[in-house]
Design a protein around this ligand. Structure first.
Ligand SMILES: [Ca+2]
Ligand SMILES: [Ca+2]
Length: 589
């Protein structure tokens, strides 16, 4: 169709009356979990009840619809609570003249989902990349921004590209490695073994989540080669000059196109080679993350690979010592643009590291340290806030409280559970809308959504208290389609669902392949969307009627703010999906 004609058709479609929608978790619901669909109408409509039928059309449930506060484009919201339906099966929900997609109730609704996310992790690998079947970025990297070592080559090939560009950060990669190790430790049976250590489709006797975590550990070990050399970042936004695939990346850091990339150490001082500088003032945020991942890995590999475990044990102690010596943050280094990872907290990272070192060594000084750090930031500060800087409070939830709880006495367990409760309460206070959502819609909102749900899950496991169960479920449901757009925020999950077909990704665009398992950035405040540099949609917006509120989402390759897949968010979500796929010791609502 000629472009002009297409645009006219698109415009007519956008202005015609848009019917209401029933938004559901497309992946499915556990029989004993809260089960709610959200009715969203763009115009006034009264609803009294809703009906659930099986796929043969037989009525199985009729219930009153519960009116709820408007949210975003949904001027009318109703919550359709079908929690009393516990029979596994396929259903549809009807209300106000519209019918939902198929609603699945399954004991194994989340089985295999955590493994699906690992497809994206493998696709993001630097070093040997199983999608391209070749080694990428083999010349990494040359030290910059350090008076003593600038110009030195350090072999640091490996790890994962952070998002759709090819920059690499210890901040996100160490956290991704840690949460995958944690998922393996707590929920190994939720993972299969279909891939080998290189990420090729062949079993190797190791659950694939551990293969992936080890790929991360190997890179982290290269990035922290000695007690006095702690690297933090590989590449900078000079990466963005070219729209290339990883094997043919032409980025030029001053040593020629496609040659060595810039390697940034933690220096404890503000960094940035060009106009913009970060606010780095220490090492502890990065040192704590190294120490956490190394210490947990040292426990896990103690029997199966003692030499590797000993090496990581030593590195964990060294990294922790550096964090103690140089408190403060080691932020992402900006290049030509003003955007960088502006992490402002480090006591959360040192708390997690101390908790892991206590688990590893049983030396009580680490437990005392962990508890002391925990008192300094009991609640991750975005919780309850309207906004935050980019990755200002990272990781999005503090696994340290849970890791303390695993090994502490009853009194200390109670203290850290309370910390989680306070954070959850702060989010829930803002969640009186039809979607029960209380997070701020800053850039990468899906990370916040996944972390809120994970913290609520951990709190429920720690205390048996189900008071946040509805909100935990609502956050999970949001990620899989119970949102104003009716879109699953994970590509290919479920495979027959509605998910992004046009992500901001060179690989997806140029190969072309589906980036199965990738969690997207997710919706942002429309004010943020409008203020970011260089965004323009390439195609008419198929979700235009639902992009009229205070938050927006676009399935468009041009929108790097809402439709770009993210490595750390994907890894983070894998823990929760693995937990939900496992045996449920959970409390009921
Ligand atoms: Ca494997
Ligand atoms: Ca932090």
């Amino acid at each position: 169709m000629p472009l002009v004609e297409f645009l006219i058709v698109a415009q007519i479609a956008a202005t015609a009356a848009v019917p209401p929608a029933i938004r559901i978790n497309q992946l499915g619901y556990l029989p004993d979990a809260p089960k709610v669909a959200v009715f969203c109408a763009l115009e006034k409509i009264e609803l009294s009840e809703f009906a659930v039928t099986d796929l043969a059309g037989k009525a199985v449930l009729k219930r009153p619809a519960t009116s709820a506060k408007a949210f975003g484009p949904c001027v009318v919201n109703y919550r359709l609570d079908f929690s009393s339906l516990r029979q596994s099966g396929d259903y549809r929900i009807s209300a106000g003249g519209v019918t939902s997609p198929v609603v699945r109730i399954r004991q194994k609704a989340y089985a295999g989902a955590a493994d699906t996310l690992l497809y994206y992790m493998r696709e993001q690998r630097s070093g040997f990349n199983p999608l391209f079947k070749t080694v990428v970025h083999i010349r990494d990297g040359i030290v910059v921004d350090d008076s003593a070592r600038a110009g030195k080559f350090v072999p640091v090939t490996g790890g994962w590209a952070d998002a759709s560009d090819y920059l690499q950060y210890v901040m996100t990669s160490a956290n991704a490695t840690f949460v995958m190790l944690m998922a393996y430790r707590d929920h190994a049976s939720s993972y299969a073994d279909h891939f080998d250590s290189r990420g090729l489709p062949e079993s190797n006797g190791v659950p694939d989540v551990l293969d992936e975590a080890r790929h991360g550990l190997n890179w982290l070990a290269r990035m922290f080669p000695s007690d006095s050399e702690m690297y933090n970042q590989l590449g900078d936004d000079r990466d963005h000059a070219y729209w290339d695939l990883p094997p043919t990346d032409s980025s030029d850091y001053g040593w020629g196109k496609g040659k060595e990339r810039a390697l940034y150490p933690c220096t404890g001082k503000p960094q940035g080679l060009f106009k913009h500088k970060n606010r780095s003032d220490g090492l502890a945020s990065t040192a704590g993350k190294y120490a956490s991942a190394f210490a947990l890995a040292a426990s896990i590999y103690k029997k199966s690979d003692p030499a590797f475990a000993r090496k990581l044990h030593q590195k964990a102690l060294s990294a922790y010592a550096l964090g103690k010596k140089f408190p403060g943050v080691c932020q992402g280094a900006p290049g030509g643009a003003p955007y960088f990872y502006e992490e402002d907290n480090w006591v959360d990272d040192m708390e997690l590291a101390a908790a892991q070192l206590y688990a590893l060594t049983r030396d009580r000084k680490y437990l005392r340290d962990a508890l002391e750090y925990a008192t300094r930031e009991p609640v991750t500060p975005w919780m309850g806030a309207d906004t935050a800087k980019h990755y200002q409070w990272f990781p999005w939830h503090n696994n340290g409280h849970y890791e303390i709880w695993r090994n502490a006495n009853t009194a200390d367990r109670k203290i850290v559970a309370e910390y989680y409760r306070k954070g959850l309460e702060a989010v829930v206070r803002r969640a009186d809308n039809g979607f029960r959502i209380g997070i701020p819609f800053i850039w990468c909102s899906n990370n916040l959504m996944a972390s809120f749900a994970t913290q609520a899950f951990l709190y429920r496991r720690m205390t048996g208290d189900g008071q946040f169960r509805e909100y935990e479920q609502a956050a999970l449901d949001w990620l899989f389609g119970a949102n104003p757009w009716g879109v699953s925020m994970v590509i290919g999950l479920p495979h027959d669902g509605v998910f992004a077909r046009d992500p901001h990704s060179v690989v997806a665009k140029e190969m072309p392949i589906e980036l199965t398992g990738a969690l997207l950035d997710g919706p942002v405040y429309s004010s943020i969307y409008k203020s970011l540099l260089g965004i323009s949609l390439r195609d008419p917006d198929e979700y235009a009627p639902f992009n009229t509120g205070f938050i927006v989402y676009h399935d468009d390759v041009g929108d790097y703010s809402t439709n770009e897949p993210i490595m750390d968010g994907t890894a983070n979500l894998s823990y929760l999906l693995a937990a939900l796929a496992g045996p449920q010791s959970a409390t009921r609502k």
